[in-house]
Ligand binder design. Sequence first.
Ligand code: KG4
Ligand code: ZN
Length: 352
Amino acid sequence: MKVLGIETSCDETAVAVVEDGKKVLSSIVASQVDIHRKFGGVVPELACRAHLELLCPIIKEGLSEAAVKLSDIDGIAVTAGPGLVGALLVGISTAKALSFSLGRPLVGVNHIEAHLYANFMKEEPVLPAIGLVVSGGHSDLIYVKGIGQYELLGRTRDDAVGEAFDKVAKMLGLGYPGGPIIQRIARKGNPEKISFPRPYLPGSLDFSFSGLKTAVLYHIRKHGRDDVEDIAAGFQSATVDVLVRKTFKTAEATRVQTVLLAGGVARNTVLRKRMKQEAMDKGLTLFHPPPELCTDNAVMVAGIGFVKLRDGERSSLSLEAHPDWVLGRTKASPPSFPRPSRGRSKEGVGGC
Ligand code: KG4
Ligand code: ZN
């Protein structure tokens, strides 16, 4: 089954053709970085306009790269949320038009679920797992019981991790997007020279990175930014410490064997290395997608779209954008994973 995936939730216009949820026939990502760079972040109105201009040409490109015609497409998957409402609508309207005119089924998918699915493109991770989705808009800690069965355990209370990377890079005058630049600059710095706070939020599985970002701002105000490499290394190290510790505490408490890392920040080599080391130390298995499937792409959308279409899920032509679509049940629902036994961990879930 060949699925055409369409992704327009933020600032990447992306199209892919994927066969049976695994075989990538084509993947086109038209980045809007040059448009947003001078603003130091994504400007929603500009993102929507760019999606409008880019989407149809890259659908043609994606089909041509896959050496298929529109009539060879068996189904269409599109990101329906979360994301920027106007940006999502460009992808959704186009997907609906294709579905209607070709008479092929349509399915709207959750962007965070698609990020997690990127781990299943080449591998078969054993479930249940703890998933950490870290991107420009999200820092979500998710209990993955099965594909399609999720429980949101923690999320960002303010800035997402990628957003914090982008804002710190802006403060340091390094450019946009900040994540890859901070990673590069940090290589030359000493991560222990400046000790930035580690916002562990004891007792909670949520994340908060705005205080850390403010600590960087105060450091710059007081000491200037001559030691830019040490600031970048110190900030990156503090961020990675929090992500690694909270993820593995949760994995331990929920007794899973698998950890899934996903989202744009999962490209960060220091984060990947530390997660890998921690997984080895704890006897767990870590999965992370290849770099090109960490940042926004349509392969992951077509991939999870295939699973849903195969299982009979369909969206109607009244599919709407869901800008605040939360993956997983709310915290009010009882947890579906085994509770940690008393005394198993001194600090328990979130006791970081
Ligand atoms: O998943 P993504 O492409 O878009 C969203 O869904 O938000 O993630 C983009 C984010 C940006 O904030 C970018 O700075 C960050 O991922 N990022 C990184 C790295 N590469 C991209 N952050 C840290 N280190 C990196 N190497
Ligand atoms: Zn994303």
